[in-house]
Design a protein around this ligand. Structure first.
Ligand SMILES: [Zn+2]
Length: 318
């Protein structure tokens, strides 16, 4: 890592310099490298590419506490804060409002986001065989623990199933995303979503940490496998947000993981006078994988994200 060699069986924490703040303070990427005693795959685990999404930090902390490099095959590269600028201002973005996850693979002389993306690609992604990128919901929304990935790639799908989050959502690649940059390097990338920005969500952290360890086990990196899955994940190829048709105060009536059917009321929206009130009904069948956390809504605001599943999966509860 950089010019630094890490002995087998050791965990080391390094700092890769990124840039200085206007105050002169040096900002660096915090990188933990667990180097196993036997050769094996190199897997990166990253979080806080969006600087306000914090569950991934706790996932990485939990994974590193449970990982013994003396019983590891291969190498784990953990970067708990990728957006080192966003994290200090509790912001999703870089100081110039650029989205780091639209800035990959980056360049050494572009905007700050591009330079940070470039550093990550050169120092972390290029050395890895598999990547796991940890996120949460954004903009006052919370997400059911879920993997988003390319289900059409067999190895990616195998790893996504091994992760064991309740839902796997097929997601096409977006330009500038870390997943797309991983694909260009031939590296399968799983994107984990769970919980909401700014907050820790214990359940999402637990599912995330177990999932990361299960992926390590499925790659033959661990001596002992984590506990077996109690429930096979369901796969969805499409998700749709149900939106507000008018502004008001929203009383959502569905929870994450809940199965909903066509015609079901998912929210009541009423205005400040109390004179106008209407029910928002679903036209979809599926599982709630994301929901708004805030009460105030404007016309067109996203309320409930529904993963559309096969009929067989609709009978399951989560
Ligand atoms: Zn994110």
């Amino acid at each position: 890592m950089g010019e630094h060699a890490i002995a087998p069986g050791c965990l080391e924490r390094l700092e890769l310099p990124v840039a200085r703040l206007p105050t002169g303070t040096q900002l660096s990427l915090p990188v933990a490298v667990a180097h196993g005693v036997e050769p094996g795959p190199v897997v990166w685990v990253s979080s806080a590419i969006h600087g306000d999404e914090l569950n991934g930090l706790a996932v990485i902390r939990s994974v590193l506490q449970q990982l013994d490099p003396r019983a590891l095959r291969g190498t784990v590269i953990a970067v708990s804060v990728v957006n080192v600028f966003g994290i200090i201002s509790a912001s999703r973005y870089l100081p110039d409002r650029r989205d780091l996850n639209r800035s990959f693979p980056g360049s050494p002389r572009g905007p700050l986001a591009a330079q940070l993306a470039h550093l990550f690609i050169e120092q972390v992604a290029r050395r890895s065989n598999v990547g796991i990128d940890l996120h949460t919901g954004s903009d006052g929304r919370t997400n059911l623990p879920q993997i988003r990935c390319d289900l059409e790639d067999p190895e990616t799908r195998r790893l996504a199933r091994a992760f064991g989050a309740p839902v796997i959502l097929h997601a096409s690649l977006r330009d500038g995303s870390l997943r797309a940059a991983g694909r260009a390097l031939g590296v399968p990338v799983l994107l984990y979503e769970g919980g909401e920005a700014h907050r820790f969500d214990r359940a999402a952290i637990e599912v995330g940490a177990r999932g990361v360890l299960r992926v390590f086990a499925s790659l033959g990196m661990l001596e002992e496998s984590p506990p077996e899955l109690q429930l096979e994940p369901v796969e969805a190829y499409k998700s749709t947000w149900i939106r507000a048709r008018q502004a008001g105060f929203c009383d959502l009536q569905v929870e994450l993981g809940q199965r909903i059917h066509a015609g079901q009321a998912v929210a009541n929206i009423f205005d400040a006078s109390g004179k106008r009130e209407y029910k928002v009904k679903s036209k979809l069948e599926g599982i709630v994988i994301g929901r708004l956390q805030q009460a105030l809504v404007h016309r067109g605001d996203a309320l409930v994200n529904v993963a559309q599943l096969d009929d067989a999966d609709l009978t399951r509860s989560f």
